[in-house]
Design a protein around this ligand. Sequence first.
Ligand code: GLA
Length: 368
Amino acid sequence: MRVVSSFETAFGGTPEGVWHAPGRVNLIGEHTDYNDGLVLPFAVPWGVSAAVARRSDDRVRVVSAQAGGGPVEEVAGWAAYPIGVALTMRKAGLPVGGADIAIDGDIPRGAGLSSSAALEVSVALALNDLYDLGQSPMELALLGQRAENEVVGMPCGIMDQAASALSEEGHVLLLDCRSLGSRTIPFDLPSQGLELVIIDTGVHHELADGQYARRRADCESAAAKLGVEALRDVTDLAAALSGLSGDERKRTQHVVTENHRVEAVVGLLRAGAVAEIGALLNASHLSLRDQFEVSCAELDVAVESAVRGGARGARMTGGGFGGSAIALVAADRADTMRRTVAEAYEAKGWQPPVFRTATPSAGARRLS
Ligand code: GLA
């Protein structure tokens, strides 16, 4: 394993083990996690591996095959994620000593498939095992989220870390972001003659992080005006909308309807009617584009051309402003769809999108 040789080169000696955590795509339930709502992500076949050994002192040193260079101890740049996890665990009162950590990953960069959550969860799981911390997968996900919120400074919700920590092969993960209760639901596309294609736009608009925080703030102020703890609690949407205006009104419209779409998708999956979820994927995209306003031209063209090319449904996935869209398509139409999307990008003069098949994969685990 390359991560083991990079550990040996950087630190000398051999790691005590190797842990792996995957990235994710979200089938539906976007920008609902920090509104105490429902999400339905699953792990992808790509992820981050961490080769780790304990140290007798308190230092935490990290190297990464992707970043290159020698061991880093500063809490800055990419190293803020793994070192931030160790520091957050200590802050939570967990007895975490020093560690040497080598990282290697194969999540396509900038594709919006949550490489940061994978990095956090792989390190959290490694330290949990090596220092015998007894934390559950959900507790490790929460520690990863806390590191990202407090050390990295990105006010993300719990979806990405939970998907990385808890997913099961061949399933989607239904997570209630208030109770943190979760269950897996079978998601077998090949048996239905279907394929879920990830369309990586290759773009990442720099406004993403600032806009994310603003959307979160819009949702919180809307909930405060409505006198509810979170937008999850809105039951009478018409009444709620009549008490709001502008951005708060639009954000509320999205979050409340998106939670209903997650429930509808879950119902259809349970009924074995997978192809029928397409219409809900389309509706989710329109709501993210027009009400939540987190899409961008590259995502809109990906979605529109995928549907024109024969997809049952398509939507942006993840935070937005670039990254990837997903398209559900009959396997025998997938090539035509990919061609239609590629042609639409070419007509715009954009760099070609990258297509990958999303296979629901296993969550974080020890490899050796
Ligand atoms: C990012 C965040 C998640 C979630 C999504 C939007 O991926 O990290 O917590 O809010 O955006 O659904």
